[in-house]
Structures are given as C-alpha cells and as structure tokens.
Write a protein that binds this ligand. Structure first.
Ligand SMILES: [Fe+2]
Length: 162
C-alpha cells in the first residue's frame, strides 16, 4: 500500500476516534432527553457499545503500529451541533422524533466510514485490524436497524392517533 493510501486509513481512524468520543457524550444526552422509552433505551445501549468502540479503535491503532490520536471530524461534529441547537428550542414528541432521525443519520455515516476503513485495513494486510473494524461495522448496522424500527413504530402510532 502506498504512503498516501496508508495516510487515508490512519486519518480515517483518527477521525472515527474523535467522532466516537463525541458520540459517547451525545448519546448520553439523547438517552436522557428522549421520553420514548424504547428509543431512550436504544440510545443508552448504543452509548455502552460506543464506549467499547472507542477501546476497539485503540486496539486497531495498536495493530497497525500507531499511537491513538484524534483528528477533528466535521460530519458527526456538525450533526451533534445541529442536535444541540434543536434541543434548546424543542422538547417532547418532536425532540424524540428528531433524536431518532439524528441517530439514523449518524449510523449511516458510521456505516460508510467503517465499511471503507475495514476494506482499506484489509487491503493493507492488517487482517486483525480489519476484523476489529468489521465488528464495529456490524454493531453500527444493528444500531441503525433498531433506531429505524423504533422511528417507524413511532410514526405509525402518531398517524393512527391523529
Ligand atoms: Fe459508533
């Protein structure tokens, strides 16, 4: 693998190391402010998983012979900032629904990011790192499925109660 491709992998990992740490605290906030029990519990559980994902990234850095470092990541950072602004002016049902949408957007992004990193790590011959990254990818996919299901149920209930 060329130095530039290796850089793509390392910087991508650094960005996720940054994003996951931001998400750990954002998920705690979302779990606390969401009234819908299922959604709140989902955020809480994914927060625990996120904590493990941070540690897993540290293992990945070790596998590829790098120190864990963060690199500012703009997408998740912006989603979290947007969420904070919305939560300042809204509450109840509408905030619950917004939180579900935020969860979905974040998971879609993470799935794309981890999918690429898994592939790049494999391509570079870091098989153990690729295995670790694909474990996280599986968790993000499961989290997306869960939050999507909860939001669809939420919408169905809203429609039938109108
Ligand atoms: Fe994550």
């Amino acid at each position: 693998m060329t130095d530039n491709m290796e850089k793509l992998l390392v910087e991508g990992l650094q960005e996720m190391y940054y994003a996951e740490q931001q998400l750990e605290s954002a998920l705690e906030t979302m779990a606390r402010q969401t009234e819908n029990e299922e959604a709140s519990q989902g955020f809480s559980e994914h927060r625990e998983e996120t904590r493990e994902q941070v540690q897993r990234l540290e293992q990945v850095f070790e596998q590829i012979g790098q120190n864990p470092e963060t690199r500012e990541e703009q997408v998740v950072k912006s989603l979290i900032e947007e969420h904070e602004a919305f939560a300042e002016d809204n509450d109840g049902e509408v905030l619950d629904r917004y939180n579900m949408a935020t969860g979905q957007k974040v998971e879609h992004y993470e799935i794309a990011a981890y999918g690429n990193l898994t592939s790049l790590a494999g391509k570079a011959g870091y098989d153990d790192a690729a295995d670790l990254l694909s474990e996280t990818l599986d968790e993000e996919e499961a989290a997306l499925e869960e939050v999507t299901q909860v939001s669809e149920q939420f919408d169905e209930r809203e429609i039938s109660s109108d």
